[in-house]
Design a protein around this ligand. Structure first.
Ligand code: SF4
Length: 474
């Protein structure tokens, strides 16, 4: 399996193959049900959960409304604290900036703490092309990297793997990347964690350059925040001499007071914890403590375009908790790879087509990767109305009449013409009523026949309503 999503088929084809993989479905079902049940308990503990959710929604909306001003404030604060800010309009620019910064240090290796933004831009592959090797240090990311796999979940990128598979990957691949797995490694969680710890410790102690993302950036002080569970993040953020953080521009929050809301809602929504084990914060550089050089790469890569869409912009509120994935019946069965993006599940179905556009067949299919049941909206800690955005994006895709929608567009055009011509409409209705005994119970043709397999076609009345009205009421 390739480590990138390039060339993935459209969602229906990828999901069709995924649902036949019984191991994958069992792994996903077990993991998502466990996390979702725990999350429900953690959220129920807070009497003011609804108020926190609303506060989070409002803070994010207000910030997005004045994003330009908060980003300038952030840049000034980071610079004043000794950091350097770089602006990247797309993936290529961001990758070039990071590669140049690493090369300037003379190093050929970097350690990384999980960052969706760097996965989004394909940083590891771009660095590899420049002769720089990036080591993932989050346990699940390590499993994905060693297995030459792709992430399939926002929070647990290797959720599709079970313990036996992880053991096999560690045993066969760790030696290629550094310290090999201990002989006789079993699939006991403690042994697997120890193997990863020993393997990664060697990398942390050697690395001179760290690359991170950030969950939040506080504009008033220029502080970046990473929340995590394993401690690998703290090692990446404190041990290297140079730290490069690549962060989407929507991650800014105006003040520490605002941050307080998300530090309550994020851990409960994602890992069902009252407080995540590690919350690391850094502001520029400090003499004799942590990295001596700090670079912040602010990434646009489609976010400004998303912000311009009145309905779709709410996707930028996302704090990447992954709660929507764990309750989604489509994600549970299809798995994360089928979405062909680093952002899978319900949030991926609305974020990816906005960031990348809907020109490819895959991206145009994503807004349809949902049953519109609304469970994702119910659990979202920043109240993103994902079903609303899905329908909005479907409308845009159908409007363009792209692959799979030409027939739909032609049908809507024909219907618009008929509804604009009352005489033609009346004649059509009469003809349909008179020939109703001959009507098939199912529609013919690809798509239409499947649609009527599970739905009854409405029966045609013996007389058109308008004829009946004319006879009885006028
Ligand atoms: S859309 Fe909401 S529930 Fe889904 S990951 Fe983002 S914040 Fe969490």
């Amino acid at each position: 399996m390739s480590g990138t999503f390039v060339g993935m088929p459209a969602f229906p084809k990828a999901a069709h193959d995924a649902v036949r993989d019984t191991t994958l479905r069992a792994n996903l079902r077990h993991a998502t049900h466990t996390i979702r049940d725990k999350r429900a308990v953690a959220v129920a503990e807070l009497a003011d959960w609804a108020a926190l959710r609303e506060a989070g929604r409002q803070i994010k909306d207000r910030t997005l409304h004045h994003l330009d001003a908060y980003l300038v404030q952030l840049e000034e604060a980071v610079t004043a604290a000794g950091g350097t800010v770089h602006w990247a309009s797309d993936a290529a620019e961001a990758n070039r900036i990071v590669a140049d910064l690493v090369k300037a240090t003379g190093e050929t290796e970097v350690v990384k703490v999980k960052s969706m933004a760097t996965q989004e831009i394909g940083l590891n592959e771009a660095l590899e092309a420049e002769g720089i090797r990036a080591y993932e240090t989050d346990l699940a990311e390590l499993i994905v990297q060693l297995g030459e796999d792709r992430p399939s979940h926002i929070l647990v990128p290797a959720i599709h793997r079970n313990r036996g598979e992880i053991r096999d990957i560690f045993a066969s691949e760790m030696g290629e990347w550094g310290r090999p797995a201990p002989d006789g490694l079993t699939d006991r969680p403690a042994e697997l964690a120890e193997a990863a710890r020993l393997h990664l410790r060697e990398k942390f102690l050697r690395a001179k350059v760290g690359v991170s993302g950030a969950n939040f950036m506080v504009a008033e002080t220029g502080t970046l925040v990473v929340v995590e569970s394993e401690g690998n993040g703290r090692m990446c953020l404190t041990l290297p001499e140079t730290l490069i953080s690549v962060v989407g521009i929507e991650k800014v929050v105006p003040t520490w007071r605002d941050l307080e809301v998300f530090l309550q809602t994020l851990p409960r929504s994602s890992t069902a914890e009252r407080m995540n084990p590690y919350t690391s914060m850094w502001t520029g550089t400090t003499d004799a403590d942590g990295p001596t050089a700090f670079h912040l790469v602010l990434l646009d890569n489609g976010r400004t375009d998303t912000l311009a869409d009145e309905v779709g912009r709410q996707a930028l509120r996302c704090i990447r908790c992954s709660a929507c994935l764990n309750v989604c019946p489509v994600y549970e069965r299809a798995g994360g790879h089928a979405y062909g993006s680093v952002y899978p599940g319900p949030i991926g179905a609305i974020l990816t087509p906005q960031l990348r556009g809907t020109r490819s067949e895959l991206d145009a299919s994503l807004p349809y990767a949902s049953s519109l049941c609304g469970a994702c909206y119910d659990v979202c800690p920043v109240a993103i109305d994902i079903p609303e955005v899905l329908v909005h994006l479907r409308e845009k895709v159908a409007e363009r009449g792209g692959p799979g929608h030409r027939l739909e567009k032609a049908a809507v055009k024909a219907a618009a013409w008929v509804l604009d011509h009352p005489a033609a409409l009346a004649a059509g209705e009469r003809l349909a009523s008179r020939t109703r005994a001959l009507h098939p119970k199912r529609l013919p043709g690809p798509g239409a026949s499947q649609w009527t397999e599970s739905r009854d076609l409405p029966e045609m009345p013996a007389e058109p309503f308008r004829d009946w009205w004319k006879r009885n009421r006028t």
